[in-house]
Design a protein around this ligand. Structure first.
Ligand code: SF4
Length: 700
């Protein structure tokens, strides 16, 4: 293959447009114009071709032998081990003896096929995926309020024209740098407001009159949002006509908000009254009802990854609805989805409770529709499974699955309370991992199947705006690697499954389009040909001649009566709060150079030179109290485990807060510490805050 290929970045949900060009036996990446990146790429995108040359690339199946070593083997033997293991487990304990864990980076075709493979070929109800750790709280809150969840129900470029953008727990400047250009308009008008416990590079964008940073205590975003709503009511900025025409539930929400006067909010969150008032002033003046150009409220993982994440996002949505922002051109609420196909990955059946097209798996009509596309009896589709944390917790227990298949995920680094998760993974009778590099989860596996990766295969992705696009094959995969579509096709046949599993992604997309047709995420009019020709289409797109739907809810919301639903929410304490012996809050997050568990980016020299290892960021006042200097190894301990990394002193965070990036493994893994307590609605774990102690490593 020697032509230039127009494609998209392998990493985050911005899905920046890029061009890959073969050069001297390698491949180079350059940005190309696409609405989300407008010709920009971050370091991860520029260096992404290095992933194709990973020195420890897996190119042959591996099976763990009697001595405990992973040894190369043939595909037939590896498949045989899997099929025998699945059959033996299911003969003993039934279909749910086998579970599947998927990933938000899989293409739409793979996400769809994996859901079908789990339910039809394996017959298990136990499938969930790492997107549960990503935006599930926003998805649950969006469904509750609007009747559907599409990360941004408007194009990202719409932000440019707004007077104000309120970012809650999102560090766009590090996670998706090219997206920051869409904040230029609001910043130029002094309208960027960032709620974050750290003065991140994104919070720094508010400096010099561009806006305002509200440095709230960890776990208190919900209260800040209630305080902003309180002030909006006080300022008479609530859009009463909009509420009357388009919303239900205002009275209960207003009653909850009036309890949160600014001084009370300051006591609970640490945000000074005058800053809260200024933020409310910026936001309220930007609304259409006040004659402004418009305002957006956006949430990220900092707001969502909590045991009350759904309620926090609901508070953000309530504020947006009260100000009359949603379903209106030039204003709105949205969630900044993180993983590359975090949006598409949650639409097509990887989620425990969903069938393709965002159909509910317990809806008889949905089951009937999908069964007809799959050519099976609706009664043979197993019912809902359990969310990821519960699934991982049940592995290897007397009532839980004894076989796990992992695709496109690295839970041995990305899950909360890692020590317990790794123990559960080790306890399995059979752990199968499909990957192209020996991730930490693959290193624990009994069988590893080598897969192709992004630029070695074609497939479609759905970005953070619900825009479906084509990621094209640019290079030949190495001998020995196989596309997962082929792997599921082969395994389904060996397991005696009568349903068809296509290996051609174009055929899979065609089937996915039929399975999703008429559903909420309707891909019915999306075809391989349209995407191949360069179109990028926002769902829903119900017909081949339909242009797609960049902006949702302009006429009505996707609820039964067309009205958005407000739900009263109130403050909830941090699940694992400060106490004697654990006097500091740990928060976790991302670095510019790394993506997710780091399994890919920790293999790229151009990235690891800038961020070779984890660190523990702490305020100089805290460091002085602990007798710690810059670069000293410190050990952070929570109720679940510990991690050790060099101290990095910074005044960008509050003295009662320490920060660790979560991209690293082993003794540096932040998730050794994090709390697996989950949100009761979304199943999201409380990654973002827990109580810890910090000591100089030499002193223990
Ligand atoms: Fe763009 Fe995200 Fe890739 Fe960076 S990682 S180039 S922001 S898609």
């Amino acid at each position: 293959m020697s032509e230039r290929t127009e494609t998209h970045c392998p990493y985050c949900a911005l899905q920046c447009g890029m061009q890959l060009t073969p050069a001297d036996g390698t491949v180079s990446a350059e940005p190309r114009d696409f609405p989300t990146n407008r010709g920009g790429l971050c370091q991860k995108g520029w260096t992404s071709p290095a992933l194709l040359r990973a020195t420890d690339r897996i190119t042959t199946p591996l099976v763990r032998d009697a001595s405990g070593e992973l040894r190369p083997t043939s595909w037939e033997q590896a498949y045989g081990r899997i099929v025998d293991g699945v059959r033996a487990a299911q003969a003993r304990r039934g279909p749910d003896a086998v579970a599947v864990f998927g990933g938000g980076g899989l293409t739409n075709e793979k996400a769809y096929s994996l859901g079908k493979f789990a339910r039809i070929a394996l017959g298990t109800r136990l499938i969930d995926y790492n997107g549960r750790f990503c935006m599930s709280s926003a998805a649950a809150a969006g469904n509750r309020a609007f009747g559907l969840d599409r990360g941004l129900p408007f194009p990202l470029t719409d932000l440019d024209g707004a007077d104000a953008v309120l970012l809650v727990g999102s560090n766009l400047a590090e996670t998706m740098p090219p997206s920051v250009q869409h904040l230029s308009g609001p910043r130029s008008r002094g309208g960027l407001v960032v709620i974050d416990p750290r003065h991140t590079p994104t919070a720094a964008l508010t400096d010099d009159g561009a806006g305002l940073h509200l440095q709230a205590l960890p776990g208190t975003d919900l209260v800040v949002l209630l305080g902003l709503l309180h002030l909006a009511i006080q300022r008479e900025a609530v859009d009463a006509r909009y509420l009357r025409d388009r919303v239900t539930g205002w009275d209960g929400v207003a009653r909850a908000a009036v309890q949160w006067w600014p001084e009370r909010v300051e006591r609970a969150t640490g945000v000074p009254v005058e800053r809260l008032r200024r933020a409310a002033e910026i936001l309220c003046a930007a609304t259409p009802s006040a004659g402004g150009r418009g305002a957006y409220v956006l949430t990220g993982r900092g707001a969502e990854q909590h045991a009350h994440g759904t309620d926090t996002v609901t508070a953000a949505i309530n504020l947006s609805l009260a100000l009359g922002l949603c379903g209106r051109e030039g204003s709105g609420y949205g969630c900044i989805t993180g993983q590359g196909n975090g949006q598409g990955g949650r639409e097509h059946g990887q989620k425990a409770d969903q069938l393709p097209g965002y159909r509910r798996i317990d809806d008889p009509a949905a089951r009937e529709h999908v069964a007809q596309v799959w050519g099976v009896d609706a009664g043979s589709i197993p019912g809902p499974g359990v969310p990821a944390v519960e699934l991982l917790r049940s592995l290897g227990t007397t009532s839980g699955p004894s076989v796990l298949l992992v695709h496109g995920a690295n839970p041995a680094v990305s899950a909360p309370d890692l020590t317990a998760v790794q123990e559960r993974l080790r306890s399995l009778d059979l752990l199968v991992v499909c990957d192209f590099v020996p991730s930490e989860t693959a290193q624990l596996a009994d069988v590893v199947l080598p897969t192709t990766q992004w630029a070695e295969e074609s497939g479609t992705m759905t970005n953070l705006e619900g825009r479906i696009l084509m990621r094209r094959k640019a290079v030949r995969p190495p001998d020995g690697a196989r596309d997962e579509l082929r792997i599921w096709h082969d395994l389904a046949a060996l397991l005696g499954c009568a349903a068809t599993f296509a290996t051609d992604p174009a055929q899979v997309l065609d089937e996915l389009a039929r399975a999703s047709a008429g559903g909420i995420a309707d891909y019915g009019g999306v075809s391989w040909e349209r995407l191949q020709s360069g179109e990028a289409i926002h769902w829903p797109c119900p017909r081949p001649d339909h242009p797609g739907t960049p902006r949702l809810f302009l006429d009505s919301f996707a609820t039964a009566d067309g009205r958005a639903r407000m739900v009263p929410v109130d403050a909830a304490p941090v699940d694992d709060d400060l106490r004697p012996g654990a006097p500091l809050y740990l928060i976790t997050g991302r670095l510019l150079q790394h993506y997710q568990s780091g399994a890919q980016t920790r293999r790229i020299g151009g990235l690891t030179r800038g961020a070779p290892q984890a660190f523990v960021q702490l305020h100089p006042i805290t460091a002085q109290r602990l007798g710690v200097e810059e670069g000293t190894d410190v050990t952070v301990t929570s109720a679940r485990g510990s991690a050790t990394a060099p101290a990095r002193l910074s005044r960008t965070l509050r003295p009662e807060v320490v920060f660790m990036p979560f991209h690293f493994a082993g003794t540096q893994a932040a998730n050794n510490l994090t709390n697996p307590a989950t949100d009761p609605i979304s199943g999201m774990p409380e990654f973002k805050v827990c109580a810890v102690d910090v000591v100089a490593a030499r002193s223990i």
